[in-house]
Design a binder for this molecule. Structure first.
Ligand code: ATP
Length: 817
């Protein structure tokens, strides 16, 4: 026992709890002897209200902190429930108090306080041990740690391999409890919030593979893995702390439990970072640039929140749970590297689900969640709680909402002040909602350090916890968790076998619930009438305000939607009108071109027709004139003949008058004469017209003849000028010929002369050669030449020689050398 520190201590505590606080550790803090009270389970009586359990844990100073003079007595633990904070010099609180704002000393009370010397085992035993036992008996439990960075949250929850925290210890308790009663199959898996899914062989296989793949991430040798069959023996040597655990411990607890039951244990590990839920048990992404898939927080038909698609891993031994934790931590830190975030900026949640299986039926499922909240150091700049939370909202939304929820839950204690609880405003509070609303028990661990430099932040944490401690949790005498969970098939539909049990259980639950309502009514009647009236009034006002707000929101949404739709319609209309205009333009262009085409075709056709008609009707001018002339001649002849024929009767108009007088008595003759006269007149008119036509034609002919004459004259002139030019050309040709002949003659003459020159040159050369002989001839070349030249018999030759001599003399003068 002495060697087994944790166990010894735990055992000691259990004994001490029933007697007195005799732990030597508590000697320095006698107030902490109150730890014994945790053995009393009366505080967890069902069907009552109880305060949220808030535990304070103070971290010891590190060597560096002591060297840096951080120990200035800021945190004083007055007893096991009260801590006093003294503002150190230089802190914002001290400065404010010096200015008359706020105080230097703050006192806070907690459910339990654990000093810096408290061990992990003491802390576990003094805090959540009972909650774990409740969990084993089918109750849900939530434990969350709150504090600034470096305050010891992770140390408290996870601890180290040598000094495990509350999570591994809780797992140890669980495994000890179910020692040898582990459900060996993997065919029942947690589903939605509190249901169970029946897996088929394929799903079981997939589950096994996924588990193996997950553990392979740790690259541990298989020898360290405990086989499922040896799960019972694992209890004898649970090794989170490397210290063996006595299997006899808690044997009483096991004995009181139903020995017929077997247990199936599943765990999940996830984190909430920047309001996104990430599964820490998903294999890490190979592609580092890819973002981790975020999971959704959903609600089941009963309104309970759960993380959709969260990976649940079946655990058969404590060592496997440890591996899961390590894999999750590895992923968490890896994710931090990838996303450039520090672990303190995310809330990590480790959840254990325990199914109680009796005779093949799941007759209960409970959940234990341990949450390591992100460091709250970012919300430490403002001075008041509300403002602090407001500011924190900009940095860490979920902590702000958690604060709001806790404050609202506290206000609910006062029925008159009861207010809306904003659980739905953050993922964290949505997931916590069920527990805060009576689906289980929650407890809060407040971690602080005692450093003077972080005093202001620590004070903020303490204030937060003070509010939390005032929250009253209503624990229904029989909660929904007591109902057997629904068994769901692969298709997501409830399986029939369990639904019958469910109905019965639900009926039971409802009847008790009704009783509860009745109690509440009775409570209400105790209130004075004025208070009731004011409560009704305030509720009515709230309802009105809420309705008004909803209506305004609806109007706003409708207006926005209307605007958006109008905008869309306008855009669509614009696009359509543009398209229509384009189409119209296109068609108009096409119509125009078609019209032009037809117009051209018609023109062409008309032109062709006209050409054809012209060809048909064409009569040459001479022919036409000839025909006309002939016609005229014929008509003239006809007229003349007619005139001759009527000459004796109508010789002259005068004779006609005379005759008219003389034959007045013969009426037949006179009528004939009249007719003839008319005819004559007509004919005369015709003759005149024909003559007129003839004259015109004659004129035309004359003008044409004149034109022809002119043209002939022009042609003649052109012919004459052509002949003149031709004569000139002939002349010039003759001149050219004679000049060519002259040139030939001159050429010949030139050739002759050249021949003569050559002969003379030869003669001169000969003479010069001869002159080189007798002395008499030494008078010189010039004298000889002169003599030769003076000889008259030489003729032309002499003249040529004279000329040559002159040329030679000139050239010699030009070249004196
Ligand atoms: N009760 C304790 N006893 C001894 N050492 C402790 C105790 N609590 C914390 N420590 C040590 O203090 C250091 C900081 O603790 P821890 O990492 O748990 O802080 P944290 O609040 O989780 O920080 P963060 O929010 O940044 O994750 C660790 O080295 C841890 O071992």
């Amino acid at each position: 026992m002495a060697a087994n520190i944790d166990l010894t201590h735990e055992g000691t505590l259990i004994v001490a709890m029933e007697s007195t606080a005799c732990d030597p550790h508590h000697a320095s803090l006698p107030e902490l002897s109150g730890l014994s009270s945790i053995t009393s389970q009366s505080e967890f009586v069902d069907g009552s209200e109880q305060q949220l359990r808030v535990y304070l844990r103070v971290r010891p100073f590190s060597k560096e902190e002591l060297n840096n003079n951080e120990d200035q007595g800021c945190v004083v633990l007055e007893n096991t429930e009260t801590a006093a904070l003294h503002a150190p010099k230089g802190s914002a609180t001290m400065k404010s108090s010096e200015k008359g704002i706020g105080q230097q000393l703050h006192k806070f009370s907690f459910t339990k306080i654990f000093g810096s010397e408290s061990t992990q085992a003491e802390f576990f035993d003094g805090t959540i041990r009972l909650q774990v036992q409740d969990f084993l008996q089918g109750r849900n439990a939530l434990v969350f740690s709150y504090g600034v960075t470096n305050a010891g949250k992770t140390h408290t929850i996870q601890g180290s391999p040598k000094d495990p925290g509350i999570l591994p210890r809780a797992l140890e308790v669980v495994f000890r409890h179910i020692n040898g009663r582990m459900y060996e199959h993997m065919d029942l898996r947690p589903y939605l919030s509190s249901d169970v899914q029946q897996l088929d062989p394929d799903q079981i296989r997939a589950e096994r593979c996924a588990k193996a793949a997950l553990f392979s991430l740790l690259k541990e040798s298989s020898r360290n893995c405990r086989s499922r069959s040896s799960s019972s023996s694992s209890i004898n040597s649970l090794s989170f702390s490397g210290v063996s655990y006595d299997q006899t411990v808690d044997s009483v607890e096991v004995a009181v439990d139903d020995v017929q039951c077997v247990y199936s244990l599943w765990v999940a590990y996830y984190e909430i970072y920047n309001e996104q839920v990430y599964d820490l048990l998903q294999p890490s992404l190979t592609n580092k640039t890819k973002r981790r898939p975020a999971l959704r927080v959903c609600e089941d038909s009963a309104g309970n929140s759960y993380v959709r698609d969260l990976r649940w891993v079946n655990i058969q031994a404590a060592e496997e749970a440890n591996k899961v934790l390590r894999v999750g931590n590895k992923n968490r830190s890896a994710a931090a590297t990838k996303m450039n975030q520090s672990s303190s900026r995310s809330h990590s949640i480790f959840t254990i689900k325990l199914m109680r299986i009796d005779g093949g039926n799941v007759n209960g499922i409970s959940e234990l969640s341990l949450c390591d909240l992100a460091g709250s150091e970012r919300c430490n700049k403002t001075k008041t709680f509300g403002e602090r939370l407001k500011e924190a909202g900009n940095i860490n939304n979920s902590l702000l909402i958690l604060g709001k929820c806790i404050a609202a839950l506290r206000n609910q204690n006062d029925r008159v002040k009861s207010s809306y609880i904003p659980f739905r405003e953050s993922k964290l509070t949505r997931l916590f909602q069920g527990v805060f609303c009576g689906r289980g028990k929650a407890s809060m661990i407040v971690n602080i350090n005692q450093c003077a430099s972080t005093y202001d932040e620590t004070l903020h944490v303490m204030k937060f916890s003070a509010v939390a401690k005032e929250v009253l949790q209503v624990i229904p005498p029989r909660s929904l968790e007591s109902l057997a969970p629904r068994l769901i098939g692969r298709d997501g539909k409830p399986l029939l076998s369990n639904s019958v049990i469910d109905c019965q259980a639900v009926d039971d639950y409802l009847s008790e619930d009704e009783l509860l309502d009745g109690d509440e009514d009775a409570d209400m009647s105790i209130l004075p009438q004025e208070e009731l009236l004011s409560l009704v009034e305030s509720l009515r006002a709230k309802l009105l305000a809420e309705r008004k707000k909803n209506l305004q929101q609806e109007i706003q949404i409708r207006r926005e939607m209307g605007d958006a739709m109008l905008q869309q319609i306008m855009e669509i209309e614009e696009i359509h009108s543009r398209q229509m205009a384009d189409l119209k333009e296109n068609y108009e262009e096409k119509m125009d071109s078609t019209f032009e085409m037809y117009k051209e075709a018609l023109k062409e056709h008309a032109y062709q027709c006209a050409l054809e008609r012209l060809e048909d009707d064409y009569v040459p001018l001479e022919e036409y004139t000839e025909v006309q002339d002939r016609e005229l001649e014929r008509r003239v002849n006809e007229l003349e003949w007619k005139q001759e024929a009527s000459a004796p009767v109508t010789a002259t108009p005068a004779s006609a008058v005379q005759q008219d007088d003389s034959t007045q008595t013969d009426p037949v003759q006179s009528s004939t004469e009249e007719m003839d006269t008319d005819r004559f007149k007509l004919l005369y008119k015709e003759k005149c017209a024909v003559e007129q036509l003839c004259a015109e034609k004659q004129e035309l002919i004359v003008s044409l003849e004149k034109r022809l004459h002119e043209l002939n004259e022009t042609l003649q002139e052109a012919g004459e000028s052509y002949m003149e030019k031709l004569a000139e050309v002939q002349n010039l040709q003759n001149k050219l010929n004679s000049q060519e002949r002259e040139a030939e003659r001159l050429q010949r003459e030139l050739t002759d002369k050249e021949g003569e020159v050559r002969a003379l040159k030869e003669e001169v050369t000969k003479l010069m050669v001869d002159s080189a002989g007798p002395p008499r001839q030494k008078r010189g070349l010039l004298v000889n030449i002169k003599e030769s030249v003076s000889t008259p018999s030489t003729g032309n030759l002499c003249r040529t020689i004279r000329k040559s001599v002159r040329t030679t003399t000139t050239s010699l003068r030009k070249k004196p050398s």
